[in-house]
Design a binder for this molecule. Structure first.
Ligand code: BMA
Length: 308
């Protein structure tokens, strides 16, 4: 089972006439809401700081973008940029998970060169997808990113995937404000014994897809040669820390020139897999430089995942 690239790829390119999205646009979030596709994407411009831009589309292929970013650095915690957006709609509000890349770990004061890079998995909230308010961090002071919220409460609790190297983990919260350490559990990690594509690091992609057989989770992984590919697994509906199936094969890998060459070579990196009319729309960054789309029927992806 492999995803099919859209013939119009790449869908979104950097804009040399812009200051903030001059060099790279990549790793978008996309949700389908009120009949439109809404994209939040990571952009890098003249100062190489990451900001989050917004674009809207009727068909998921042709996009109109806002001229200004909707989120940018404000503080020490994100002074070097805001990265890799993943938007989840829960009960009519929008939550944006993003990686804050700072000068120091907030409240700890460890310089980044002495620590793990000064990244913080943050959550912001919005009622209109444009104006965002910072809400919370899933954890602070450690190397942790690739976080995304589930689209509903499970057993009364909000849940999020996040990545505490080398594992994809589950975090739980009563109120989206506090994420107790005692309720963080690993789900799955790299497979050094496998086929070699997810042997080094793994991390979750877009919002988990609820199906009758479990939560379908797309994820990315890289190997010892630093090639990023995409895979899929199925988590238990009631307890998403329990993995039900994990196929050995990947579902997508870099092969187009704009996936093999760019700002970082050999990368397909996805933060979005909305399902519209039975099709899974996998949006992804190609080589940390442009934005592409690949699709497949949900029924095919689910059948593939269940064989694993
Ligand atoms: C990850 C993230 C992504 C990026 C990927 C490949 O660590 O920073 O934003 O696409 O590396 O460079």
């Amino acid at each position: 089972m492999k995803l099919q690239r859209h013939p119009a790829n790449p869908l979104l390119l950097p804009d040399p006439a812009s200051e903030w999205e001059t060099y790279n646009v990549f790793n978008p979030s996309v949700i389908h809401h009120a009949g439109l596709f809404h994209m939040h994407y990571r952009a890098q411009g003249l100062d190489w700081v990451s900001r989050i831009g917004y674009a809207v589309s009727v068909d998921g292929v042709h996009w109109n973008r806002l001229r200004q970013p909707v989120l940018g650095p404000t503080d020490q915690i994100d002074a070097r940029g805001v990265e890799d957006p993943r938007v989840t709609e829960i009960d009519g509000r929008f939550y944006l998970c993003y990686t804050a890349y700072g000068n120091h770990f907030e409240g700890i004061g460890v310089p980044t060169h002495a620590g793990q890079g000064g990244i913080t998995p943050m959550i912001a909230v919005s009622d209109n997808l444009i104006a965002w308010q910072r809400l919370s961090a899933i954890v602070r002071g450690e190397d942790n990113k690739d976080h995304v919220l589930f689209p509903r409460r499970i057993n009364g609790r909000y849940m999020a995937l996040h990545r505490r190297p080398p594992n994809v983990c589950l975090a739980e919260s009563d109120d989206l404000l506090t994420w107790p350490a005692a309720r963080m559990r690993p789900i799955f990690g790299p497979r050094p014994e496998g086929k070699g594509w997810d042997e080094k690091r793994v991390g979750g992609n877009g919002v988990p897809i609820e199906t009758e057989h479990g939560w379908l989770v797309l994820y990315h992984a890289y190997n010892n040669r630093h090639v990023y590919r995409l895979g899929v697994c199925l988590l238990d509906l009631e307890d998403p820390a329990r993995i039900v199936h994990r196929p050995k094969d990947f579902i997508f890998e870099p092969s187009e020139i704009w996936e093999l060459k760019g700002d970082v070579p050999n990368v397909v990196f996805s933060c979005a897999n909305p399902v519209v009319d039975g099709q899974v729309y996998v949006y992804y960054g190609g080589a940390d430089h442009v934005i592409g789309l690949a699709t497949c029927p949900l029924s095919d992806l689910l059948a593939f995942a269940r064989q694993g």
